[in-house]
Design a protein around this ligand. Structure first.
Ligand SMILES: [Zn+2]
Length: 75
């Protein structure tokens, strides 16, 4: 696919558990972003809202499972 700036491992992205969004710094100063829901739908392209760059998110289905069903914290 044309226009992919970089391939990024999901482990290298920042995950916000509240918004369920993965982000990664874009060279323009903004951030690429993709939601957990989009990834679960099979989408793997994260867009930057401020420029035309895109990244492909590389992940194993098992990795996604950890975010979809986070293990309960033992207290
Ligand atoms: Zn950008």
């Amino acid at each position: 696919m044309a226009g992919i700036y970089e391939e990024v491992e999901i482990e290298d992205m920042t995950y916000d558990a509240e918004t369920k969004m993965f982000t990664f710094p874009c060279p323009c100063g903004d951030k690429f972003q993709i939601s957990l829901e989009e990834l679960d739908d099979g989408e793997d392209i994260a867009h930057c809202p401020s420029c035309t760059l895109k990244i492909r998110v590389v992940y194993e289905p098992e990795a996604l499972e950890r975010y979809l069903n986070p293990p309960e914290e033992e207290s």
